[in-house]
Design a protein around this ligand. Structure first.
Ligand code: PEP
Ligand code: MG
Length: 325
């Protein structure tokens, strides 16, 4: 199997009916980036910046952050990389940062919420990123956005930082795109507005599933009570793919489900054309992409979603479909 996947490294991920699917990597440390050449991934769809902070002994200074990001850009070379701003709080605590005692940390003071409440921290990160990306394209996305307003505020902070750098004679990135992670279900009900505001969307399915089904992503006791291939979940993914497409806004899935072949097949059937995943998933997902007819998957999903009355998982039906094809 491993040999087979390695042989696919340079084969473009295109379905039998000619749909190209961008397969990208999730990463968080420089060492992860070595998997780029090894897997033949088309870039980094999610760079989790908090990991570099979590392994540090103290809060990295502005200059240290810039060096960290320069190392990231150096390691990816000409390939695209989407950098996510700090997603701390919840389960990801920085040992050197005072954290709150919270009853429900997953629902608490975390990610963009900290960034907007403590703009000093967010500003420092954005400035380091903008400086490090001088002359090259930069894609930044914000985690745990729950309202359009939060994203608009974050964009304003980026604009202010760009103006600051320009005033001080620093070169800017060649092209700076700002995106939103769709991982809080409230965005499903502002999907047209957020798709219009954002340069791109990236579905954080780990958190989106956690919050959609009210199932703690770390709790094994309840993990089996929901399925990302259930009708409810698939309709949520379909809504995002459809509305993003209508707005002309690219949408990627960067949660773990994009790395599982059956789930990835469903996502392609629902209209997603880019998936970001852990390195070990690239081979198996590419093998799946090469074997499917996206149009047929799409038609099958539509039929099953229209037919189901009990909201049960489409997993067995999809698995049987995959087996037949
Ligand atoms: C997600 O929530 O799906 C995601 C990609 O982000 P993280 O796993 O880092 O929360
Ligand atoms: Mg998340």
């Amino acid at each position: 199997r491993q040999e087979q996947y390695r042989a696919l490294r340079d084969v473009p991920a295109v379905t039998r009916d000619g749909i190209a699917v961008g397969l990208q990597l999730n990463a968080g440390l420089i060492v992860d980036l070595s998997h780029l050449t090894e897997t033949g991934a088309e870039g980094v769809g999610l760079f989790r910046t908090e990991l570099q902070f979590m392994v540090a002994e103290r809060m990295p200074t502005a200059a240290e952050q810039q060096i960290l990001y320069e190392a990231v850009f150096e390691a990816v070379g000409d390939l695209p990389v989407t950098i996510r701003t700090l997603d701390i709080g919840g389960d990801k605590v920085l040992p050197y940062m005072k954290s709150l005692e919270e009853e429900n940390p997953a629902l608490g003071w975390r990610a963009i919420r900290i960034g907007l409440d403590r703009p000093g921290l967010l500003r420092m990160q954005l400035r380091a990123l903008l400086k490090a990306a001088r002359g090259r394209p930069l894609k930044i996305m914000f985690p745990m956005v729950a309202t359009v307003e939060e994203f608009v505020q974050a964009k304003r902070i980026v604009e202010r930082e760009k103006a600051h750098l320009t005033r001080h004679g620093h070169p800017l990135p060649a092209d700076c795109r700002l995106g939103v992670m769709v991982e809080v279900p409230s965005l499903l009900f502002q999907i047209d507005e957020i798709a219009a505001e954002a340069d791109f969307l990236s579905v954080g399915s780990n958190d989106l599933m956690q919050f959609l089904f009210a199932v703690d992503r770390e709790n094994r006791q309840v993990a089996n009570r929901f399925d990302p291939l259930s009708a409810a979940a698939l309709r949520a993914f379909r809504l995002i793919a459809d509305r993003a497409q209508a707005a002309g806004t690219p949408a990627t899935v960067c949660g773990e489900i994009g790395g599982r072949p059956l789930e990835a097949m469903a996502l392609i059937g629902l209209g997603f054309r880019a998936l970001s995943m852990s390195p070990a998933s690239i081979g198996p997902v590419k093998a799946m992409v090469l074997g499917i007819d996206a149009g047929a998957v799409s038609a099958f999903l539509e039929q099953e979603l229209a037919r189901t009355r009990d909201g049960a998982s489409l997993r067995p039906a999809l698995a049987a479909f995959a087996e037949r094809h």
